[in-house]
Design a protein around this ligand. Sequence first.
Ligand code: HPA
Length: 277
Amino acid sequence: MALSKILEASQYILSKISTKPKVGIVLGSGLGIYIDQMQNKTIIPYEDIPHFRRTSVEGHSGALIIGEIHGVSVAALQGRLHAYEGHPMEEIVLPVRTLAAIGVEILFLTNASGGINPNFHPGDLVSITDHINLSGRNPLVGPNIAELGPRFPDMGNAYDSELRKLLAAVARNHHVEIKDGVYCSVLGPTYETPAEIRMLRIIGADLVGMSTVPEVIAANHLGLKVVGVACITNYAAGIKQEKLNHADVKKVAEKAMVGFATILTETIGELKKTGKV
Ligand code: HPA
């Protein structure tokens, strides 16, 4: 049962650390090296944590890193599971639920996305304002686990508006450009067709990817505050005449790392200054 798995995983992690982290980060494709910013790290490979699965995707290693950013205890998930790998939703959201169980209240979710909005270019950072879930999956399908949250969770502020404001202010102060956009999640693993991207544009999507939304749903169910930061790694299909491949996606994400690391690190610093963590 999901609840006992969360408890066993969280008890194992808590046995390895002395301070409970209040901030969690999920690092997407090419963004795993953010952990270099963390001090006093404890690295726990996923295979050591009860019920955690290794990811099969290149560019996603599998480890939980607990360390400090500006003296704030932070838990970073380096590598995530995707529905297109064939993992059930319950396994995909187990790491996020486990972070909540060890004390995380604010969750930064990051990903690599394709840009649909014509103003988006590879290397851009985007603060996710909202999402459209076209993956056909939802991690809350099945009996509700009342200990985690309500049957019908509100998703009206899924990407916390106060935290988005803070992120934008930090980016401005540090001269890092970050745009706003609506993220559309698809199942994958194929990239979209040009016709699909035209449809996504019409229904209000600015960027598209194959992750993040299951974790956002599970985190909101738990009452966590969520921030979503995407790195645009490519023009979505048909926006420019380019073939899409995963190696380019990873390379561009790595280039955007400096700006990405600055806003993440300094936003956590601000959360500390304002007593929120
Ligand atoms: N489509 C879907 N997922 C993605 C893309 C894309 O263009 N780029 C990175 N992840």
